[in-house]
Structures are given as structure tokens and as C-alpha cells.
Ligand binder design. Structure first.
Ligand code: ZN
Length: 93
């Protein structure tokens, strides 16, 4: 992408960045507290676009039952890592 002066900069594309303070939406279990983190399934449900996050075990069970491609498209696998420090003041948790 070029800035106002026409310079080209490398850009990082980030699918999603969010801070969550709850466990799995299905079983309530917390995610890993160690640095490598945990695999998690994210569901985006229109129209409110709320983020629903499920642990790997619940996510696998959910995806095993989702048959329609249109519905499968609402789910994406992601990774949850513990946040060190505090989120920025303008970031809702
Ligand atoms: Zn779970």
C-alpha cells in the first residue's frame, strides 16, 4: 500500500485480533495459560457479529455436526494465547 508520498510499505494482514476474558462458550473451560496457547473455534453469528469462542474439543464436536457449507463458513479455527500485561484502555475485554 502506498502512503501519501507514494512510498510502498509491507503490510501485515491480520484476520482477527480480540481480547476475551471468558472460557469456552460451550463447556466453560479456560484456555491454556502457557505461552503456546490453545487451538480454538471462532463462530461469527450475524447480524450482531458477536464472537463465540470454543475450545478445541468442543470445536471439533461442533464442526462434526455442521453439514451445510453456508453454516461452516461462519466458523474459523484460530489460536488463543494468554495476554501478557494489560490491554490498551480503548480495547474492550
Ligand atoms: Zn469447550
Amino acid at each position: 500500500m502506498a502512503d501519501a508520498n507514494g512510498q510502498i510499505f509491507e503490510q501485515l494482514i491480520v484476520n482477527q485480533a480480540a481480547v476475551v476474558s471468558h472460557g469456552c462458550c460451550a463447556c466453560g473451560n479456560a484456555y491454556a495459560s502457557n505461552a503456546p496457547g490453545d487451538r480454538a473455534l471462532c463462530a461469527s453469528i450475524n447480524p450482531e457479529q458477536n464472537l463465540y469462542l470454543f475450545c478445541a474439543a468442543c470445536g471439533d464436536a461442533i464442526m462434526a455436526h455442521v453439514q451445510a457449507d453456508a453454516v461452516r463458513g461462519r466458523y474459523t479455527w484460530d489460536w488463543v494465547v494468554p495476554l501478557r500485561g494489560r490491554p490498551l484502555p480503548n480495547v474492550s475485554a
